[in-house]
Design a protein around this ligand. Sequence first.
Ligand code: DAH
Length: 343
Amino acid sequence: MSDLKQQLLSIKDEFDAKVLNITNSQEADALRVAYLGKKGELTGVLRGMGSLSPEERPVIGQVANEVRAHMEEELTTKIAAIKEAEKQEKLKNEVIDVTLPSKIRRAGARHPMYQAINEICDIFLGLGYTIGEGPEVEYDEYNFEKLRLPKGHPARDTQDTFYISENILLRTQTSPMQIRIMENNKPPIKVVCPGKVYRQDTMDSTHSPIFHQIEGLVVDKGVTMGDLVGSLKLFAKKLFGEETEIRLRPHHFPFTEPSCEVDLTCWSCGGKGCRVCKGEGWIEVLGAGMVHPEVLENCGIDSEVYSGFAFGIGVERTAMGRFGIDDIRLLYENDVRFLKQFK
Ligand code: DAH
């Protein structure tokens, strides 16, 4: 056997021994350079081919090609195996434990009372009203005086509240918003004002010292009681369904004349009489009336030219009817098990 062939075969053996020990792709690259590169072992041997006889050359050439092919194949196989091993290792490290508790972020929802407030305000927005808001800490002047409830007026008894000072209190109604709006805007006025109100009251299933009202006010030339009735009818039907009717009962509020209390067809029995409406077939939901001329004048509006109507909706009762809630306290306890039902 010629020297060169001998050399080629021993290079091959050497390579075979080394390739077995490769553990990563850098080592594989280094081995390729060392044996098959320009200055590698195999190339070195092939340089000596020039001195061979023409008969020997093709024979050695063939052996050299076989050795090269063998090395390349070995390397390719080895690299594939290394890559696969590396992938398996990575997968092993990235394994997901599906039994771990997950981090679910639960979406909240609006409180049923605010859902009701939004629904009611939406109805009035659709009728062309704007929305107004004002302070819960209010002047006696706005909460009472300018609404024709001077100090000592008997109607103040039912609206005892929390006093900050002699003339500053927690508002007992949203009606002071009528004054605020009329002092700051010229007619035509068409606004609803939702908000919290406060009264000295003991908590039970139908009473709470903090509750919500939505005040409505419309002032323009030629506004009549007919407009009030029409607006409230629309409101009742939109909120509780087409079959809902309204009933007006004469009443007294110092800031409206005439005044009325307004009942809606019982949302539970549809008017037949049941436990919810205490056999009446009707449920009282709001107070209303034509804005008293003196109240208009108190705010600098000429009562000879303008007239208006106002109403105050009790939100709790309406929300309870809307959602079938039978105890007002549920609305304030914020028990998640209760609130979840109104998602
Ligand atoms: N503010 C009254 C109350 O809390 C409700 C009310 C009655 C509001 C008549 C009005 C109204 O705007 O015109 O009892």
